[in-house]
Design a protein around this ligand. Sequence first.
Ligand code: CMC
Length: 362
Amino acid sequence: MKNGLEDVIAAETLLSDVDGEAGRLIIRGISLDELASTATYESVATLLLDGLMERPVTETELRQQLGFMRTQLFAHVRSLDADLLALPPVDALRALIARLADGEDFDAALRLLAAPAVFLPAILRLQAGREPTEPDATLSQSADILRMLTGRRPSAEQTSALDAYLVTISDHGLNASTFASRVIASTRAGLTSSVLAAISALKGPLHGGAPGPVLDMLDAIGSGENARDWLTQALDRGERLMGFGHRIYRVRDPRADALKQALRPLVSAGQVDRKRIALAESVEQAAVAILRERKPDRPLDVNVEFYTALLLDALGFPRESFTGVFAIGRTIGWIAHAREQALEGRLIRPRSVYVGPLPRAA
Ligand code: CMC
């Protein structure tokens, strides 16, 4: 038995490869370094869907169809009642997505790709006591998300930074939420069901729930000189440092570098607090050094969530929404894997070893 299914191969995929020793991520044959600095959300979504739907779609078509779908889905925002708005944003998002029809076709996929992009900004605005902003079908998905969030058209740097984020987290092998999506797809339940299961897996702090707590940690540390003492005390209390460690990577998570790179234009444009970046770099250095001293046999380095926190904060997303933004980006990976599983895989049905008592002999 492999606890946590570590190193168990549970699927063949054409979608992405995570090389934990080299610290490399490949999506559809292209390395993340190249994709994150050049691709748009729509281009990587087209790439991931290639050959998996009943009809092919170009990047331009996908952009137009997503824009149209965003405007269609806005009506659902009206059904956000006080009970849903009292939930954390990712739970309200999941509840609203649960109202969408299920299906395995391209229309179902399109609905699910557009839905979190419309729903999350509306949830955040309503929770802040403001009216939701209607979608603009002529914009790219990234530009429109930022516009719906803030009510203002974003700068080119902001749109590129969100594109870089959504591309960077679009797919990542058989992580917990993607596996959940494939398990549901293997029963042929439909894409909405897959995405709902995946969001439920994503929200845990060991997976996609870490970036909010990363900002809390930076705020609590306050200054570079405090980093070592604060981190040592947290580890002495048996806590895990959020934004560090990974099941597969034994070196730095390449997505952390892609996001650090994506922050640069925002720093140059004066849209990021430079002091916070400097603090983050001190904390990163101190944490990696302390983790190395304490766990010399288990390399623990920075992961994607550390720089996610800084990037999404700089783009104006409140920290409690970071997991929901992760869901906006990862939905394409969940859908592509669900389709791959439904087209080629069998029902996923592993076995357990019974270690409980046996019935008494008669
Ligand atoms: N801080 C302190 N110790 C850690 C950390 C950490 N962040 N990560 C792992 N360890 C220790 C852990 O306590 C364990 O020690 P011991 O063997 O003495 O019990 C050892 O390293 C191995 O840990 P593990 O839990 O077996 O490793 P895993 O592969 O199950 O965990 C992880 C991977 C991401 C859940 C873990 O590193 C963690 O909890 N990190 C903090 C949360 C976090 O940043 N999550 C985002 C992950 S990246 C987003 C994604 O791709 O999903």
